[in-house]
Design a protein around this ligand. Sequence first.
Ligand code: GLN
Ligand code: ZN
Length: 757
Amino acid sequence: MTTYISSNLGYPRIGEDREWKKALESYWKSEITADELKLQTKKLRLASLKKQQELNIDLIPVGDFSFYDHVLDTAFSFGIIPKRFQHLDEQSIDTYFAIARGNKEAVAAEMTKWFNTNYHYIVPELNDVTPRLVENRALTYYKEAKEELGIDGKPVLVGPVTLVKLSKGYDSGHLESIVDSFIPLYIQVLQELVEAGAEWIQVDEPVLGTNLSENQIALVEKVYQKITAEVPEAKIILQTYFETVQHYERVVKLPVTAIGLDFVHGDHLPAIKKWGFPKEKILAAGIINGRNVWRSDLDSKLSLIQEIQSVTDADTIIIQPSCSLLHVPVTKKTEKKVDQVILDGLSFADEKLAEIQILVKGTNEGKAAVESELNESKTARTVLAESPYRQNHQVAEELKQIGDEEVKRALPFAERIKLQQKQLNLPLLPTTTIGSLPQTSEVKGTRTKWRRGDITDQEYNKFIESETKKWIEIQEELEIDVLVHGEFERTDMVEFFGEKLNGFAVTEYGWVQSYGSRCVKPPLIVGDVSWGGPMTVKEIVFAQTLTDKPVKGMLTGPVTILNWSFVHEELPRFTIQDQIGLALEKEVLALEEAGVNIIQVDEPALREGLPLDHLKWPEYFDAATRAFRISTSSVKPSTQIHTHMCYSEFSEIFEVIDSLDADVISIETSRSHGELIDTFEVNDYDKEIGLGVYDIHSPRVPSVEEIKANIDRALRTIDVKQFWINPDCGLKTRGKEETVAALRNMIEAARQVREEV
Ligand code: GLN
Ligand code: ZN
């Protein structure tokens, strides 16, 4: 007889009403003290634990809480502090926040995407430090849960190999010795946890889902042999997620108690059938999708569990989400405005944990024990599948007409750029920004009032117009060459389009953490997507009437819209991506028709949907390129297409960027400290590029010299005729004063460089 127990891998930090974000931001604005911040977040943490306790989850994660990011927490607790912050107090929360956000003297640490998600972690810098155990965070949180709520939690740790692989500041040839230097620290952490009574300990090694070399997988084996030899009492669940484990047959033999596998984004059944699953081990099976918001097909999940059971013959199977629930909103119970048909089809973190309990009960006691729950779930799914959201046949017809042929612009870049230059008449090293301008509390507050119905549409539009006007004047005064309207009408670059395109729905509270305190509210894609009429024309045209300089049209691209939405699992992703591409094409043409000569189609999330397995990349990129080109290829040769991307590792995907065939690309580079620049030289890129010349993720105002140094460095490898000068991302999260000051310095730096070249 197999016993089934329930587990969770991590709970959202932000709270039902984003209390976490509010507390953090109040602290950063000095509105509350550090003690108050700790008090408020503790309350929230305990409330989240309590919910899991009430749902009877057997293994409740502890230590999944963070004040910013769990990778930063891990590094910080090992004393890994970048040199530029080492003079600060290593125990202080302000030092921790300084690393994450930068301070007046020093730039923040690099931030990058956590595997293929939209969660960003802070990259640890391993140069100039010898790791040591400063604080056993997991222990602190383990004790807290036990003392306050009587929960015997399951501490969660970022595993040593993943930690080091995600870090920088060392030569990759030294991976092994660096990992070795962490082993005694992990041993101590585990020992202390065991002594305090922790039974299960979850050690996350998501790198096992990536393409590891022979040396690297051998290193993983050595590491876990060493660790478990020292702390044999620790019941380690070695947890993987997001992909099929690449060296399955070796991973399952690691000397740990349990292996956690993702059965949603990974395809582990064939491996289990081929290699078996060790009888003495426990399987922690990720069954419920931890990265999507839709109700699961519980019947097929029950069959999946049965199949897993039949091929593993395991005594104990842990049923859990496929990954931490960090990637989904907290609860759907607060949603009041979503169409009931859609609402019934949703499942956020709390509901997912309830689904897990249904599965556990259904397997332990038999299907009959959960019959009514299964029926309810099935009905909700069927009603949605048969709803009008899924019946838009016209868009399917239009897509068919494009066929499989290559979608291309009428002229090659070398010819169209001449026409564009003639039309735009821009100076050497043109200056611009990425799109959004500061969304001050006034902007956000006015939008809230409008949403609540406290002010009329007309009043709201008037406010947006006055804000746009104010900033067009500021940009003119600063002498920026290509202006933006500022995106004041948008809460979020994806949600905005989600509210306007057919086939989408938006939630009120469906927030997930993106980076630090910043949360996004991904729209839902429930059915076929189509254009319902102009979405951005009014605002752009209004801005253009206020100035003689060009104002860029500003759209979010199809890949990003897809990757930052919660697409229903029954919908074919690439088809939906093409449908979004088609809808955007209509918007692009509407802008062009209205006289807009530069149109930016942002693709910050281009890499995000990338499978962790490199073999699956070409298919993904072909689809992405096609959708982008569907949206941008029909414009006149003289219309200039821009695109923008964030935090990508470009060397690997250079060809893809090239094949998007955008006339100008702007890239966020300043926070990776200039490491990307060489890519463009090596590859002989011929189109125009704006490498971010300062970091917008920090409130710090960069000096003219600093910006100029960034420009000079880029110009050593990139031709001055190809280069654009811009900040590295949108400015919506910044304040007005700091933005104006930083842009002023940027323009001055550009002026100085122009004089020198
Ligand atoms: N145009 C968007 C903005 O400026 C781009 C944001 C992004 O790259 N994430 O806000
Ligand atoms: Zn960006």
